[in-house]
Design a protein around this ligand. Structure first.
Ligand code: ADP
Ligand code: ADP
Ligand code: ZN
Length: 220
């Protein structure tokens, strides 16, 4: 059984994080979100966080060499031995090529959702400030307003989930990240999923793809 080395491709809000968290629970693979790593650095006030914050607030991309440094460190940890789920990386051709010098990808899952649906998803997205659980005010609201179902901590809105920043994130996606679809198609590892279905349906389609590719064993 080969290692599952999965990349998610999709515009902001297509459900990469939601699906990666579920897959991580099912297969025991590490969920590596460069966005989460950067937001954590901002919260901790590290050098990286201070450099990244204004870039993220504008919806632009953090420099490739910074991101590749983060990924290199993370992949060196022992939990990545049996594979990984990359969420939000790579986002540029230079990142994809840099990654291929470190490791390889055997499943690139492209999630498609119409852009009007995405704007609504992002503006109504809320995240737990403590455990990272994800909510949506209409589609998947918490039981008690503003409070995490799982751990009881406060829910927060990401600063870059305002409508104006969302628009620039979409532009950046089309310009810098969309070309990666062709990159992975050429490598023969591209799979497409309709992300405009309920979370469980999308999940079962992704599970089928990964299992058909013969990449994982269920943990539980
Ligand atoms: P990404 O990581 O791609 O930016 P998220 O997983 O954070 O996307 O999802 C964005 C928002 O959309 C969240 O509020 C999430 O709860 C919601 N969401 C995710 N998947 C779906 C889905 N299939 N249908 C409706 N809402 C969804
Ligand atoms: P999304 O909901 O758009 O998928 P992420 O949480 O992945 O958001 O990323 C949030 C922000 O963090 C991005 O807008 C960007 O500024 C920065 N970022 C995250 N991952 C990368 C990356 N691989 N390369 C450059 N910048 C990144
Ligand atoms: Zn929580």
């Amino acid at each position: 059984m080969s290692r599952a080395k999965v990349v998610f491709l999709g515009a902001p809000g297509t459900g990469k994080g939601t699906q990666a968290k579920k897959l991580s629970a099912k297969y025991g693979l590490p969920h590596i979100s460069t966005g989460d790593i950067l937001r954590n650095a901002v919260k901790m006030g590290t050098d990286l966080g201070m450099k990244a914050k204004s870039i993220m607030d504008r919806g632009e991309l953090v420099p490739d060499e910074v991101i590749l440094g983060i990924i290199k460190n993370r992949l060196a940890k022992p939990d990545c031995k049996k594979g990984f789920l990359l969420d939000g990386f790579p986002r540029t051709l230079a990142q994809a090529e840099g990654f291929d010098r470190l490791d390889s990808v055997n499943c690139a899952i492209q999630i498609d959702v119409p852009s009007d649906v995405l704007v609504k998803r992002l503006v109504l997205r809320r995240t737990c400030s403590s455990c990272g659980a994800m909510y949506h005010l209409e589609y998947h609201p918490p039981r008690v307003e503003g409070v995490c179902d799982i751990c009881g901590a406060a829910l927060v809105q990401r600063e870059d989930d305002s409508e104006s920043v969302v628009k620039s994130r979409f532009r950046v996606y089309v310009e810098k990240t969309e070309p990666l679809i062709g990159y992975y198609r050429q490598k023969g590892v591209l799979y497409n999923v309709d992300g405009n279905q309920d979370i469980e349906t999308v999940f079962s389609e992704i599970v089928q793809i990964i299992e058909a590719a013969g990449e994982v064993n269920d943990e539980g």
